[in-house]
Design a protein around this ligand. Structure first.
Ligand code: SN0
Length: 322
């Protein structure tokens, strides 16, 4: 595996889930793979789970992790090509990428969507530059349009807790005070479309996800109707993906608190489990009563982030031996 970006990169999902179960059971069984190998985790944005779970996964595999926070520990980096660098950015990605790549065997990159230029974000410009100029395997640690380590951990969690062979999984938009990227819902939709689940997306009008990720997933605009009989409720806010109206890209179209997942929403489900990638805004996305209930899986879901990251790194290290 040279890149981890889309669901296709992991190949057969059942095999990936079997491997995840093995990694979870015996996390230190592949320590030899990472001996004398270094992974560099580059963060352009804040992180708690991704940063820590990636480091833990690397350590489980015997690798040395190096973490760099761009702009805090490093120079501020210019990402646009062809500009006169007379502002506050001291170094260009064009030099920084090959330099960082020369110090490691695998690169992990967190670079959120800026939500101003749809083409730049949806072209995954920064991630592609790391792939092109780094020449090393690259993992998206939430880039402009995808968060594959999260979606893989979500799938692992659903697989562990499902009571039916084909559970109903509902991803619901929920309100948030800030404009957030579409990376988490894009990846979740992409992975659920590839998995053996009955997948439904619900959101207010205007929040339609890019068809590259939503595919043929059922969209139900009536949130309560969508939640009926659900086995898993996956809540997430995202800003306008700009599919129907590109000029609205990155905007907040609704703050309707009627969409907050509370007891009344959970009551129409089939005693569903609650999932969220975290960080979560309590009583915006989900009520205290739901996230504090015994149906909430947010902590085991976050714990599975080590497992998903470790499967991906393990595959990359195994490929280096070929
Ligand atoms: C990020 C997002 O993509 O939605 C990361 C999720 C894994 N979330 C946020 O930026 C939340 C920030 C906030 O202030 O609530």
């Amino acid at each position: 595996m040279k890149t981890f970006f889309n669901v296709e990169d992991i190949g057969d999902l059942n095999l990936a889930l079997q491997e995840a179960a093995q990694v979870k059971k015996t996390p230190f069984a592949w320590k030899h793979l990472g001996t004398d190998k270094t992974i560099m985790l580059v963060f352009f944005n804040s992180s708690l789970r991704t940063r820590l779970s990636s480091q833990k996964a690397a350590l489980n595999l015997g690798m040395n992790p190096i973490v760099l926070n761009i702009g805090q520990d490093s120079w501020k980096l210019e990402t646009r090509m062809g500009v006169v660098m007379d502002g506050d950015k001291s170094e260009h990605l064009r030099e920084a990428i090959p330099v960082m790549a020369s110090y490691c065997d695998i690169l992990g990159i967190r670079s959120f969507a800026a939500l101003t230029d749809r083409e730049y974000d949806y072209g995954e410009t920064v991630l592609r530059e790391f792939i092109q100029y780094g020449g090393k395997p690259v993992i998206s640690l939430e880039s402009a349009t995808v968060h594959p380590c999260q979606a893989f951990a979500d799938l692992i969690t659903i697989n562990e807790y499902k009571k039916k062979s084909r559970p109903k999984v509902v991803m619901s938009w929920a309100p948030h005070p800030k404009a957030l990227p579409q990376a988490v819902p894009n990846s979740f939709a992409q992975w659920m479309n590839a998995a053996d689940v009955d997948f439904v997306i619900t959101h207010p009008e205007g929040y339609e996800l890019d068809p590259r990720f939503a595919g043929n997933a059922r969209v139900e605009y009536d949130q309560m109707k969508a939640l009926e009989g659900a086995d898993f409720v996956y809540a997430k806010n995202w800003s306008c993906p700009g599919v129907k109206d590109p000029s609205a890209y990155g905007q907040i179209l609704s703050k309707d608190m009627g969409w907050t997942i509370d007891d009344a929403h959970m009551a129409v489900t089939d005693n569903a489990y609650f999932l969220h990638c975290l960080p979560v805004r309590r009583n915006m996305i989900v009520s205290d009563s739901v996230i504090d209930s015994d149906r909430s899986l947010v902590i085991p879901e976050a714990a599975n982030r080590v497992v998903s990251a470790q499967v991906v790194m393990k595959r990359m290290l195994e490929d280096m031996l070929k």
